[in-house]
Design a protein around this ligand. Structure first.
Ligand SMILES: [Fe+2]
Length: 181
């Protein structure tokens, strides 16, 4: 090594160390927790913002974000939704209580459906899959605060971001669910 480049490398060593430290700072953890797909997923659900109307009205909205930085919205993400009907049954023949919505240019999505009842010992839940270019598909479930069945199964391990606190307004309940993929 030439003397000048040796001195140069010594001069830059602390700077490199600083940058090195900056690179290993832990990132904010925001990735949405996965959950079981369950036995009733059916591909090919139609694009529709009103998934179901027979039951207690429920409006879910949120934004899809990149989990890599927790802040960049993901446009054109596909949110595939399925849940049981007001009698607790899944439609395995057609697409009742099944539908797909897409996030807009700001990553925002919304859909209307019903507050699904619990069935068996399961808590009330809505299944979702999120697909977006450049991201691994996310499969998860949404739960609801105050549901006494939440302790009955694996739902007890759900992170609070997936256990929605609903508010009431305009004759329906509203839930906010931001998704980080
Ligand atoms: Fe289910």
């Amino acid at each position: 090594m030439k003397r000048t480049s040796f001195i140069g490398s010594l001069l830059f060593l602390p700077v490199a160390k600083l940058f090195g430290k900056a690179n290993i700072l832990p990132l904010k953890e925001c990735k949405t927790q996965r959950d079981a797909e369950g036995p009733f997923y059916k591909p090919g659900a139609p694009l529709k913002v009103i998934i179901e109307t027979e039951g207690q009205p429920l409006h879910i909205a949120g934004t899809i974000f990149k989990a890599s930085d927790c802040t960049t919205p993901v446009a054109n993400a596909v949110i595939d939704i399925w849940h049981c009907d007001s009698s607790g049954n899944y439609d395995n023949q057609g697409f009742k209580c099944r539908g797909v919505v897409k996030s807009d240019s700001r990553g925002k999505y919304a859909f209307k459906t019903i507050f699904p009842p619990s069935y068996g010992s399961r808590p009330r839940h809505i299944h979702v899959k999120v697909r977006a270019e450049g991201h691994t598909e996310l499969t998860t479930q949404i739960y609801f605060q105050g549901d006494t069945n939440l302790q009955n199964d694996f739902a007890r391990n759900a992170e609070t971001s997936r256990v929605l606190s609903l508010t009431s307004g305009q004759g329906e309940q509203h839930g906010l669910f931001d998704i980080y993929i």
